[in-house]
Design a protein. Structure first.
Lengths: 219, 233, 233, 219
């Protein structure tokens, strides 16, 4: 059975390690914060200028001066620090952020990503996405395997304007976990009950299937 | 040398048609509300606005868009604004989209007297078109130029009569970067104090970068995405 | 993930022979006294030290020079040290002199992930020899590369268990810049507090840049040029 | 009569304007701070990271954490700000410092300056001098007209290794005030009682003397 968005987030949360600094994009990536494994400490970065992003404020305690990169009111935590947006992207560019999770419209089997622009539609802008994908050492894409028309979003080459090239390391969809290797998408795990055949059918880019593909394990 | 102005109207009085201005803030957080209101009142046209976002329909830079004062926006993200979209699609408004980190760093570069910087953001994308690419340690970088703005308009939490600024929480965002980058920098602050009241160790923007300062009033501080949880959560 | 160390000796235990290290401070102001003492005790040799100055004969990096631990100094100014001069003239010690602003900015560049920066400092001088020159707006600039250091060792006034640092007065100098630039950054602080005790708005170095932190002790804080005036002046 | 060092400093102080941010080098330049004209406010920058440098502390109140670029213990003033050395040179490079005053071993009639290195002698380093001369818009050199051997320090070309090229705007010595123009040193003022002939004799670089040269006026 295909994963829910929450399950995709939960599967990605298993990639977190103690002491990681993590930047979570808008959408499914944001949900990852809800599944940080017990016993490990992860610091969330918000690229407008905050390390140590806390949960939403309690009703009535929201502060217009304290928002995240999604413009949501948030809180700080013990140990938080605030800085300007240049230092924020500076630490991203310098590789100090250990993991970046973001959504995508398309990912190619060579690690290209498209997630900011659809020709013919109003273009809102790339925000910090191009900086993040160009700089982060470790980027996981959280997205649906196919678009609403049922077409694969895992392609041999992106059709939409790129956000970045050769930068994505891993993709987690409702069907599968895939590493991006020199040889293309490498199928690592299947969603419980989802067949390798279904994943093959819905993956347009080069897919490598080696041996038995385990099902994802959730507690 | 008095940097203190009494009113936003006086502080922005010489921002005339065709000026290139920077406006601090991220979304509606930390935007110079008083200066924007004064600019709307003054009615300067054909402005080029360098600002991460373009406000919403009825707040922030959106108010200037309503009055068709903006010729060009230089931003990283311009959603949340129907009038903006209308002007863009009709060709009245020009937009240059720049990656957020590049935008921030090009402001910083101006404040540090660095004519250009290198960033990997946008390599391999349409952002790189026409730009110089250079390889360092096997990685490609774009050469991006420092901004050149006639005026920078920023909003701080506290400021003193020497122009020193302190920002609060994530309302800091682009404000100290733009404060460094204007040929003339105008700062509006929630609280203006005499020199000597701020701890020299806690200044975010040294006064040397700030040419005009005034205490703003009636801050609305609108929240774009009010997300909260119940006390019982 | 525990960043807190109990002793300088543990924090610097893996700084071995041939390491490239940065040491914060300007003159004797804001130098990592405890870490230097631990390095002297450990006795690592052939070190390359990036530091604005080289201490005095019997304090600061001078203590490492006495024990002939330093192969190369990368500095902007190295006076005030007779043993340094002796080693330099005898060929035991190599020195690379770099303009102070270039030194500072090359540290900052590393912390900002910028592989290189442009500065006019040194154009037309021997500092420019062999370097790429580029003209922007009719002015010549040198291309200077970000530093690449194995370890950065800095001294702060206060720090917390997350590695956040606050510096005091002009003991700030190169410390936050080098803190950003080390592959591994070690911070010694006068006072180490639990996370949450420092105001997030007043952090000079965010903890993401700091890998190890310890509370130093017995700071001598020697003054190089004690200049005072009489109360009656 | 040739000026004292204090008088050189005093003459330079007349170049100060209200609101100026000023960087003063070691030696005679430091003395300029003692002669800031009444009624104008000048902010002193110390390139280790301070704006608003105050006087030396009162005996017993010196603080090892608060020094200037000459490593002297100093104080802050109301309105001071502290920053790191990169921002300090950043504001210098960005042209925010209105006036820089520094000493020199040699100055050429095209505005080159040499003040950091004597071949054959132990080289201590350039410190911030190269950054300052390369970046400041307005640089005044304060120095003696001749070296201890009596040789002119105002040359057609510097003989010592350069600190910067085409950067000096004005030179104030114990004998004269000279502007550096496209055509060379232009004699602007004489020290009281010093003849144009003496200045010509002691100036090796190209010297322009147009009309009557006034004596410097001190209050």
């Amino acid at each position: 059975m295909a994963l829910s968005k929450e399950q995709i987030a939960k599967r990605i949360s298993m990639e977190l390690k103690d002491g990681y600094y993590v930047n979570l994009g808008i959408g499914i990536p944001t949900l990852v914060a809800n599944y940080i494994p017990a016993g490990i400490n992860v610091v969330l970065q918000s690229e407008n200028g905050l390390l140590g992003m806390g949960p939403f404020p309690i009703d009535g305690e929201e502060d217009a001066d304290l928002i995240n990169a999604g413009k949501q009111t948030i809180t700080t935590l013990a140990g938080s620090s605030i800085f300007d947006s240049a230092l924020s992207f500076g630490m991203i560019r310098a590789g100090k952020v250990d993991l970046t999770v973001l959504g995508a419209m398309e990912v190619s089997d060579s690690g290209d990503i498209a997630n900011w622009k659809i020709p013919g539609k109003m273009v809102k802008g790339m925000g910090g996405a191009m900086d993040l994908v160009a700089s982060a050492k470790n980027i996981i894409v959280a997205m649906m395997h196919t678009n609403p028309k049922g077409e694969s979003k895992l392609l041999s080459a992106c059709t939409l304007p790129l956000t970045g090239k050769h930068c994505i390391k891993k993709v987690v969809t409702e069907l599968a976990v895939l590493d991006i290797t020199e040889d293309g998408f490498k199928l690592m795990e299947r969603a419980p009950g989802v067949s390798v055949e279904e994943i093959m059918a819905k993956t347009a880019g080069k897919l490598i299937v080696h041996g038995e593909i385990p099902e994802m394990q959730f507690d | 040398m008095n940097k203190v102005y009494n009113h936003a109207v006086d502080a922005i009085a010489d921002i005339n048609d065709d000026a290139v201005i920077m406006l601090g803030g991220f979304g509606l957080c930390g935007i110079p509300e008083n200066s924007i209101a004064a600019l709307v009142k003054k009615g300067s046209k054909n402005l080029t606005c360098i600002s991460n976002n373009a406000g919403v329909d009825d707040f922030g830079i959106g108010l200037m868009l309503q009055k068709k004062q903006v010729k060009k926006m230089v931003s990283s993200y311009v959603g949340e604004n129907a009038e903006f979209e209308r002007q863009l699609l009709s060709g009245e408004l020009e937009v240059e989209l720049i990656p957020q980190g590049t935008l921030a760093t090009r402001c910083m570069a101006a404040g540090y007297g660095m004519p250009a910087i290198f960033t990997p953001a946008g390599v391999g994308t349409e952002v790189a078109e026409g730009k110089e690419i250079r390889i360092f340690n096997d990685k490609e970088y774009l050469l991006e130029y420092a901004f050149d703005a006639d005026f920078a308009i920023v909003k701080a939490w506290k400021g003193d009569t020497e122009g020193n600024l302190i920002f609060k929480d994530t309302a800091r965002n682009f404000n100290p970067l733009m404060a460094m980058a204007g040929k003339i920098t105008i700062a509006e602050v929630e609280e203006l104090v005499p020199a000597g009241e701020l701890d020299p160790n806690q200044i975010h923007t040294p006064g040397i970068y700030v040419h005009r300062i005034f205490q703003g009033k009636d801050y609305e501080k609108r929240i774009e995405q009010r997300t909260t949880k119940k006390l019982t959560d």
